[in-house]
Design a protein around this ligand. Sequence first.
Ligand SMILES: Cc1cc2nc3c(=O)[nH]c(=O)nc-3n(C[C@H](O)[C@H](O)[C@H](O)COP(=O)(O)OP(=O)(O)OC[C@H]3O[C@@H](n4cnc5c(N)ncnc54)[C@H](O)[C@@H]3O)c2cc1C
Ligand SMILES: NC(=O)c1ccc[n+]([C@@H]2O[C@H](COP(=O)([O-])OP(=O)(O)OC[C@H]3O[C@@H](n4cnc5c(N)ncnc54)[C@H](O)[C@@H]3O)[C@@H](O)[C@H]2O)c1
Length: 490
Amino acid sequence: MLQLRRDTHRVLAYDFLVIGSGPSGRRAAIQAAKLGYSVLVIEKGRRVGGVSVHTGTIPSKTMRETVLNLTGYRERGFYGRAYRVKKDIAAEDLMARLHKTLDHEVDILEHQFARNSVRTMEGMARFVDPHTVEVTAEHGEVSLVRGEKILIAVGTRPYRPKDVPFDGVSVLDSDEIVELKKLPRSLTVVGAGVIGVEYATIFSALDVAVTLVESRSTFLDFIDHEIIEDFVHQLRDRNMAIRFGSKVASITMEDGWPVTVLESGRRVRSQMLLYCAGRVGATDSINMEAAGLKADDRGRLLVNPQTLQTEVPHIYAAGDAIGFPSLASTSMEQGRIAACHAFHMPLPPAPEFFPYGIYAVPEISTVGMSEEDVQRRGIPYECGIARFRETSRGHIMGLETGMMKMIFSIRTHRLLGVHIVGEGATELIHIGQAVLNLKGKLEYFIENTFNYPTLAEAYKIAALDAYNRLAKGATAVAPVSSETGAKAAE
Ligand SMILES: Cc1cc2nc3c(=O)[nH]c(=O)nc-3n(C[C@H](O)[C@H](O)[C@H](O)COP(=O)(O)OP(=O)(O)OC[C@H]3O[C@@H](n4cnc5c(N)ncnc54)[C@H](O)[C@@H]3O)c2cc1C
Ligand SMILES: NC(=O)c1ccc[n+]([C@@H]2O[C@H](COP(=O)([O-])OP(=O)(O)OC[C@H]3O[C@@H](n4cnc5c(N)ncnc54)[C@H](O)[C@@H]3O)[C@@H](O)[C@H]2O)c1
């Protein structure tokens, strides 16, 4: 439970007030405490952890893992599509593991706060003036707290248009799906952003009939298009219905079933509908005008990307409340940067490239430039491709799908991007990330020995593929031998 500090007569003063206990708030609070400053984290929820722990990252990833384990999905390459570890999977099966995992996460976080003397207060925070925040607890008690420096880390909430008949049972948003009472036989997912794609594929792995609806004709445009093509091919192969390029005209209930009518005239009827067409910043709850701040029309705050300071220099903002990239991973880093800047601890500039992991079934992960980015920038490049079924580990695991694409500069041989779809993508990507940020080259993958049998061998296969294309290719590069490779690449 949160430790409460309430005093209606006195204003408690801290060096650092943090509003919100998600990834950015948590990391910032601990960083400031480690530097020796007094820190108070204010959280309106009953338990610390934020969207990440309670409705976002951890629940969706736990649900995915449970589905893959109980269905035996990973073993179907060997035993066929009908293979299941547990025959009748119910919502309770998913919930049981979810609650255990979440309890554990909260426990670890509370312990971290306690170890580092970070105070927490339960309640809704709103600014009274640029240094003072009023906190209203669930039962109406009000406290005033003051911070020398303040971090706004309030995150986002699902976008819920008024004309969508949300009822928490048949029509849900992505916060409600984690409290699912019954598994549907069919599901419409509106919005093919990261959230929609993750849940659509998780439910499809459970053999629920899924229809994915997206108003635009493309989706996940920041991912290399060849990877998306492979991904879509796998979804169609599993009979997922993909309805792209037409806006939703209406969502209504007919005999207890949600019916989605598209502007194209097409109707999609299913037992349940998951609406995930974006999220909006939760900044409207904090009365930011009293602090001299203003958010944009999606509730996001503008900050200096280097320091995370808002227009009011002692007030920082981090995490989803400042918009892109809206990841737990990057939010944590932003929190740390904000705390370090606030308390005068110099930090080196953040590396240029961070990985992006989409925990769909199959996983997608990417770091660096896509082929489209490289083309846009006019960089001469060559690609190498590896299929997981070409690796011995892939055979052992019964993998029929999965690919890695690497992009190298023809002129310098520098690695420019790595894109993976398939088992283990979100873990494998970190090899590429390290080489990329350390400005490594194609030769690294060719000259170094990799564990065998592993999926990481795909790096070597893809690099050799690129090398062979480069060697066959025009005059642009000299052939690379292990001795001369590095020189030739300069
Ligand atoms: C379904 C889903 C899946 C995701 N999966 C991934 C993933 O796999 N990997 C990844 O990197 N990212 C993922 N994300 C994104 C990730 O969850 C967010 O980027 C991250 O949680 C943002 O952290 P944050 O610090 O902004 O705070 P949040 O986690 O958004 O938490 C904000 C906290 O502030 C509190 N708060 C708000 N207003 C107030 C107030 N006025 N007073 C007091 N407290 C307040 C809220 O109660 C909440 O606890 C996912 C998100 C969703 C929704
Ligand atoms: N694995 C991860 O890292 C992960 C997982 C989940 C979420 N997230 C983060 O959470 C954030 C929010 O994700 P999201 O998927 O909710 O939002 P999003 O904004 O990324 O995607 C929403 C999608 O819905 C579509 N859409 C909007 N209105 C529509 C309509 N009326 N009909 C049909 N389609 C419509 C949009 O075109 C878009 O493709 C993302 O920025 C992401 O970074 C990250």
